[in-house]
Design a protein around this ligand. Structure first.
Ligand code: ZN
Length: 317
């Protein structure tokens, strides 16, 4: 959260063009207003405009102390309120804010019994927070304690723990990182990597959860992600005991359409961090603004007229 996405961390690029020329854009200037921003054009283009062969990256000093906390929150609304409080109390120290739904954490409990998941039984969501401090560990701990006290008082958290040491902090992150593995252990599922304006996430979840549950009896929702960025991994797991292959075959298109239509309704994006690739190349024209799509096609044609750069990705020919 603190350091931003790749576009915010990359100051320059070197690119080999489709014509075999080299563009040296590595200078790393903070300010350069001499026309179009070619760097941002190539970042996230998935190799469809040229081959990135070098990059100048922004660096930050290591924090003096990094502390991790885990909080039980009663709802997505409460998670959002906690995010607001965390911004207020930690400022730029807030480096991580991950939300995890009860069912997603339940899968970790079930498939990785060696991991101890705090507050899983009693709360709809849990949140993992990280505070990276430039002063000292005492300062970071005091800040965290004030934040969590305020959160408990306001009711946006019902319980919280701060990791006592690095081993405990790693164990908490390990739970979050094991959700995708636990989900795979449970069986096939339909994955979504979506972003929604942060303030609209609770309404999006309430509405979309209800639509899916109405549509597919017994459907199970594995919802977790980077709430601070408005990025959810909103995954749909087959009903328990059902035929998972059949679920994927029969429901995937309908589930995708339902979720992506909801994403559009809430002003979000159908790919927050994983890109378009081939998996979503057919869906993009349906969900991207036609004006934006036309400009993307014009750029592709201008830079790669023969269509030799990673063909078939991002844009259909
Ligand atoms: Zn992610």
């Amino acid at each position: 959260m603190r350091y931003g996405n790749t576009r915010e961390l990359c100051l320059g690029l070197e690119v080999v063009t489709a014509q075999g020329e080299v563009w040296d854009g590595l200078s790393g200037l903070r300010k350069d207003n001499t026309g179009y921003d070619l760097r941002d054009l190539f970042i996230g283009s998935e190799g469809t405009l040229g081959v990135i062969t070098g990059a100048t990256l922004k660096l930050y000093p290591l924090p003096k102390a990094t502390l991790t906390a885990w909080a039980a929150v009663p709802s997505m609304d409460a998670a959002l309120a906690l995010l607001g409080l965390a911004h207020k109390h930690l400022g730029a120290g807030l480096t991580g804010f991950e939300v995890m739904g009860q069912f997603a954490l339940g899968l970790v409990v079930k498939h990785m019994p060696q991991l101890r998941v705090p507050f899983q039984q009693e709360s709809a969501y849990c949140v993992l927070l990280e505070n990276a401090d430039q002063e000292s560990e005492e300062h970071a701990r005091a800040q965290f304690e004030r934040l969590l006290e305020a959160a408990l008082e306001e009711g946006c958290a019902t319980d919280a723990v701060v990791a006592e040491n690095i081993a405990q902090a790693r164990a908490l992150w390990h739970i979050r990182e094991n959700i995708p593995l636990a989900q795979a252990e449970e069986g096939l599922n339909i994955k979504h990597d979506i972003s929604i304006p942060v303030s609209k996430i609770p309404a999006f979840c309430t509405e979309t959860d209800a639509l899916l549950k109405k549509d597919i009896a017994g459907v199970r929702l594995v919802n977790f992600g980077h709430l601070g960025d408005g990025n959810l991994h909103y995954n749909v797991q087959a009903p328990e005991g059902g035929d998972m292959q059949a679920f994927l075959r029969d429901q995937e298109e309908r589930v995708n359409a339902l979720v992506f239509d909801q994403v559009r309704k809430f002003g979000g994006s159908i790919s927050a961090e994983h890109g378009i690739g081939t998996l979503k190349v057919g869906k993009l024209p349906h969900y991207k603004s036609p004006v934006a799509l036309k400009m993307m096609q014009a750029v592709k044609k201008a830079l790669d007229p023969q269509g030799i750069m990673n063909p078939g990705k991002v844009l259909l020919a």
